[in-house]
Design a protein around this ligand. Structure first.
Ligand SMILES: Cc1cc2nc3c(=O)[nH]c(=O)nc-3n(C[C@H](O)[C@H](O)[C@H](O)COP(=O)(O)OP(=O)(O)OC[C@H]3O[C@@H](n4cnc5c(N)ncnc54)[C@H](O)[C@@H]3O)c2cc1C
Length: 481
C-alpha cells in the first residue's frame, strides 16, 4: 500500500500518474485542495491523499488503475450533493469539469458527461421543447441523480429518471471501459438504473428526452396557522389529480433577509408546489386550489421545467451542512397531519423543513421492470431536512429521529436510495427489497468483486472475501458478516 504521506508533486508515483493526464492532480499542499475536497453538501469532512480532476475517459481509467495498483481507497464525486462516506487518505476522482452535453433532437436523446448538472442539461434540451425527469434542485448532477433513481418535478408524469436511460459507458474497477445497454451487458445496465455508483464510473449516459416545452407550475404560500386545514385540503385535492400533475407540500421557515419576497420573509409558512405538464388543462387543476384559500404569495405560471427547478426559495445554500431523512408514508392520515402541524408549530429543531412529496401516478401505472430502481406504491414521501445553522448536527439528528418517531407507525419502512444518508447503510436493502438486492449483489460480484467502489451507499458483492472485507470495513465488521 502506498505511503500517502510521501505523495508530493515530486514523487515518482505522482509524476507517473500526471504524465498523460488531460486533467490535473491536486495535492493537500495545493491552494485549491480545500475547495475541491469539500462536497457541496457538507455532511462529510474528507481529506483525500490526492484528487484527480479528470478531463477525459483516459484520465478516469488512469485514476482507477492508479488507485487499484497503489491500493488506495477510491471515491467518485461529481457535484458533491450526495457524498455518503469520506475519502480519507485515498484518491478522490473529481468529475465536475467533464461537462459535455449532446442533444439529438430528431431522436429525442441526450448524452451527458459526469460533470453535467440538472440545470445545464435542461438548458440544452429546453430550447428544443424537450426535458428529462429532473429533480427539484437545479445543481444536482444528472448522472448521480439518475443512477440512484431520480424522482423530481415530473415524477408522476414520467416516473424515475433512471427509466429513461438508454445506455452508459462505464469504467470498471479493473480499468476496462464497457458499454451497458439493453443489448450489451444487460445485467450491468439493469443495475446502473437505480443501484447508484456501485458498479463503476459512468463516463457518459444516454437518456431519452420527453417533449414538454412548458409546464404550469410554481409555489403558493400560506400562513402557518392554516396548516391543518391546508394539509387536509391538500390530501383531498392531490388524491384526485391526473398523472400530469406532481405536487409537494412544505412547512418551512423562510430566512429574514431580502433574498425572499416580503410576504413570506422571516416566517414559517405553508407551501403547496405543483408542476402540471399539460398546459391546456391547468385551469381545471388549479381551480379548487384557488377557490380554497387566497395565498400570501403565488408564483404559479406557465414556465419551463428549467425555471421551475431554479425557483426553490427554500433551497439550502452551498456549504451548509444539512441533516435529512426520508420515509414513505402509508397515508396522509389525520394523525400524520396533526403531528406535522405540531412539529412545525413547535419549530423543533429551528429551520427544519417538512416536505410531503406526492408519489403515485406513473410510479404506479408505469411501473414495469425498468432496472434496479424499485418504485414504492406509497402515496407520499415525507422528507425532514434541517441545515445545521442554529443548532449542532448531533442535536438536529436527535430531534429529527424524535420527530419521525412522534408519527408512530406511519411509514411503510421502504427506503429511497437517493435520499439515504451515509449512516443509513443498513437501509440500502430496503430501497430494493430482498430479491432485487440479491441480484444487485451478484452483479456487483461480477463487475466490482473487490468492492473498489464502496465509498457510497454500498451494495456489497455477494462474493466479497473476509480478507477484502476486513481491509475495507475493519476486522470487526468482517467477523460479524
Ligand atoms: C439539495 C439537494 C436536492 C436533491 N434533490 C433530489 C431530488 O429532487 N430527487 C432525487 O431523486 N434526489 C435528489 N437529491 C439526491 C441526489 O440525487 C443524490 O444525492 C445524488 O447521488 C447526487 O449526485 P451528484 O453527482 O450530484 O452528487 P455527488 O455527491 O457528486 O455523487 C454522489 C454519489 O453518486 C455516485 N456518482 C456520481 N456521479 C457518478 C458517476 N459519474 N459514476 C459513478 N458514480 C457516480 C457516487 O457514488 C457518488 O459518491 C438531492 C440532493 C440534494 C443535496
Amino acid at each position: 500500500m502506498t505511503d500517502t504521506q510521501a505523495l508530493s508533486r515530486q514523487s515518482p508515483l505522482v509524476q507517473a500518474l500526471a504524465h498523460g493526464l488531460q486533467g490535473r492532480i491536486v495535492l493537500p499542499s495545493d491552494a485549491d485542495y480545500d475547495d475541491l475536497r469539500k462536497p457541496w453538501l457538507q455532511v462529510v469532512d474528507q481529506h483525500p491523499a490526492l484528487i484527480v480532476e479528470a478531463a477525459s475517459v483516459a484520465d478516469i481509467v488512469a485514476a482507477v488503475n492508479f488507485a487499484r495498483t497503489e491500493r488506495l481507497v477510491l471515491a467518485v464525486m461529481s457535484t458533491g450533493h450526495g457524498i455518503a462516506a469520506p475519502c480519507d487518505n485515498g484518491l478522490l476522482l473529481h468529475l465536475s469539469k467533464m461537462k459535455q452535453i449532446s442533444v439529438d433532437v430528431a431522436r429525442r436523446v441526450a448524452q451527458v458527461l459526469p460533470g453535467v448538472t440538472s440545470d445545464e442539461l435542461l438548458a440544452a434540451t429546453q430550447p428544443h421543447g424537450l426535458v428529462y425527469a429532473a429533480g427539484q434542485v437545479s445543481g444536482v448532477g444528472v448522472i448521480g441523480y439518475t443512477l440512484g433513481g431520480g424522482m423530481g418535478w415530473l415524477v408522476r408524469k414520467l416516473g424515475a429518471a433512471s427509466w429513461a436511460v438508454l445506455g452508459a459507458n462505464v469504467v470498471l474497477a479493473n480499468g476496462s471501459v464497457v458499454h451497458a445497454s439493453a443489448d450489451t451487458n444487460p445485467d450491468l445496465f439493469w443495475a446502473l438504473r437505480g443501484g447508484g455508483g456501485n458498479f463503476g464510473v459512468v463516463v457518459s449516459l444516454e437518456m431519452a428526452l420527453e417533449p414538454i416545452p412548458a409546464v404550469v407550475g410554481g409555489e403558493l404560500y400560506y400562513p402557518l396557522d392554516q396548516a391543518a386545514d391546508l394539509l387536509r385540503f391538500y390530501r383531498e385535492w392531490s388524491s384526485g389529480l391526473p398523472d400530469e400533475t406532481s405536487t409537494i407540500f412544505r412547512l418551512l421557515a423562510i430566512p429574514p433577509d431580502d433574498s425572499s419576497p416580503p410576504e413570506i420573509r422571516g416566517k414559517t409558512n405553508c407551501m403547496i408546489g405543483l408542476c402540471h405538464s399539460d398546459t391546456e388543462s391547468a385551469d381545471a387543476v388549479l381551480e379548487p386550489l384557488y377557490r380554497f384559500r387566497k395565498p400570501l404569495l403565488n408564483t404559479v405560471k406557465r414556465q419551463t421545467v428549467l425555471d421551475l427547478a431554479g425557483l426553490d426559495l427554500a433551497s439550502h445554500s452551498p456549504g451548509s451542512p444539512t441533516y435529512g431523512q426520508v420515509e414513505f408514508l402509508k397515508a396522509l392520515s389525520d394523525d400524520v397531519i396533526d403531528g406535522l402541524v405540531q412539529l412545525a408549530q413547535t419549530r423543533i429543531p429551528p429551520l427544519m423543513q417538512i416536505e410531503v412529496q406526492q408519489l403515485g401516478g406513473a410510479l404506479v401505472h408505469g411501473a414495469t421492470e425498468q432496472g434496479a430502481f424499485t418504485p414504492s406504491a406509497a402515496p407520499y414521501l415525507l422528507h425532514l431536512v434541517t441545515p445545521a445553522i442554529k443548532a449542532p448536527m448531533a442535536e438536529i439528528a436527535k430531534a429529527t429521529q424524535e420527530a419521525f418517531a412522534s408519527l408512530g407507525d406511519a411509514y411503510t419502512g421502504e427506503a429511497y436510495y437517493n435520499f439515504l444518508r451515509g449512516d443509513e447503510q443498513q437501509r440500502v436493502t430496503g430501497a430494493f427489497g430482498d430479491t432485487k438486492y440479491g441480484r444487485l449483489r451478484e452483479i456487483k460480484s461480477r463487475f466490482d468483486p473487490a468492492n473498489s467502489f464502496h465509498l457510497n451507499l454500498n451494495i456489497e458483492p455477494a462474493s466479497l472475501s473476509t480478507t477484502v472485507r476486513a481491509e475495507i470495513f475493519g476486522t470487526k465488521a468482517a467477523e460479524n458478516s
